[in-house]
Write a protein that binds this ligand. Structure first.
Ligand code: SF4
Length: 353
């Protein structure tokens, strides 16, 4: 439950939507939610503003589209994030399919625990939140690594499910449930971990080699009509979810339009007012106007909670009683340098008349 109604998170199996699934999801967002679809930093989708009466029908709709498991226990365990450049038959998708086939044997882990399946030539998800990671070494060996540990243990496509299940059991048996996240869990590992993942691939290289153009989505939010329009673009076969505020339009040809997520990832802003009842200020319009005027990272937050960005940003504007507090190199709600600013005053401060 969020301030604007129920929030329903959707994790498409193998991280992609076919055109009929995208259209069905957009219709579901319109019918049962507020018509907006969020793309999360774990490459999942969120529908917001869902009513309690609409919740059951929405879940049935998602199951019928093949976007949710009919068994809630299985659905809760399927917290996987796939490298967005995986393709049918490669190691990333083969591991994902094996994990899905063995999902009933995977113990129920704390809800925030995520599994990154990142078995391409070198990792591309190292900066994306996850707790257990399938990766590849420079020498091409597959490894399974616990977040926070620099080295992983050997694994293979054939043993991946068994190895992950053993690691999940170790995590729970050694008190990982209380730690909450693997990076905070310091118990000795159950098996020798002596393989380093290869250095990460640059995002620009991954997107240049992807199976279609990257389509950036400001603040990671689009409306139902836009989602339907993307699914209907010429030659597009599937929409590939990424954790970088955008979709890869698989099969699409137009590479020029949104080539990089760099600008999108530099600016964070939560939904603000009027979408969130905690907010007393509008956020995303100000962030859009301010972004070209500031260098470095920018965070506009509707209140001190700072939902859109937990890390510090170069410039932070935090809403309070209808105005903004300004901080630098800080998180939302940090002690401000200046208080009580209006949006107009902030824009003037950065050179906009
Ligand atoms: S930061 Fe505050 S205003 Fe923004 S979404 Fe979170 S609770 Fe709402």
């Amino acid at each position: 439950m969020a301030g604007d109604g129920l929030l329903v998170r959707v994790r498409p199996p193998l991280g992609r939507l076919t055109a009929p699934q995208a259209i069905g999801l957009a219709e579901a967002a319109r019918l049962h939610g507020n018509g907006l679809v969020d793309l999360t930093n774990r490459a999942a989708l969120q529908l917001r503003g869902v009513t309690e009466q609409g919740h059951g029908p929405l879940l049935r709709h998602l199951v019928a589209l093949g976007l949710a498991d009919h068994d809630p226990a299985r659905e809760a365990r399927r917290n996987f994030l796939l490298a967005p450049d995986s393709s049918p038959g490669d190691d990333t998708e083969s591991i994902a399919l094996s994990l899905i086939a063995h999902i009933d044997e995977l113990p129920q882990l704390p809800s925030k625990i995520g599994i990154a399946i990142d078995a391409g030539p070198a990792p591309c998800l190292a900066a994306v939140p996850a707790d257990f990671r399938f990766e590849r070494s420079e020498a091409g060996r597959l490894l399974l690594r616990v977040e926070g540990r620099p080295l992983g243990s050997p694994t293979s496509v054939e043993t991946a499910a068994r190895d992950l299940i053993a690691l999940a059991r170790w995590f729970l048996a050694t008190g990982g449930g209380a730690s909450g996240r693997a990076a905070r869990h310091e118990a000795p590992l159950p098996t020798a971990a002596d393989i380093a993942p290869a250095p990460s691939r640059p995002l620009s290289q991954l997107l240049a080699e992807a199976s279609g153009p990257f389509h950036g989505i400001p603040f990671g939010q689009l409306d139902a009509d836009s989602l339907i329009a993307l699914a209907g673009k010429p030659h597009v076969t599937t929409l590939r979810l990424t954790p970088w505020r955008g979709l890869i339009l698989e099969g699409g040809a137009d590479r020029a339009e949104h080539a990089s997520p760099d600008g999108l990832l530099r600016v964070d802003a939560c939904p603000g007012a009027p979408a969130c009842p905690q907010a007393s200020v509008e956020t995303r319009g100000l962030a859009t106007r301010l972004a070209p005027l500031v260098e470095g990272s920018l965070h506009v937050s509707g209140c001190a909670k700072g939902c859109a960005r937990q890390r510090p940003a170069g410039l932070v504007l935090t809403g309070r009683q209808g105005r903004f507090d300004l901080s630098r190199n800080a998180r939302a709600g940090s002690p401000p340098e200046t208080t009580g600013l209006t949006a107009r005053q902030i824009l003037a401060l950065f050179g906009r008349p």
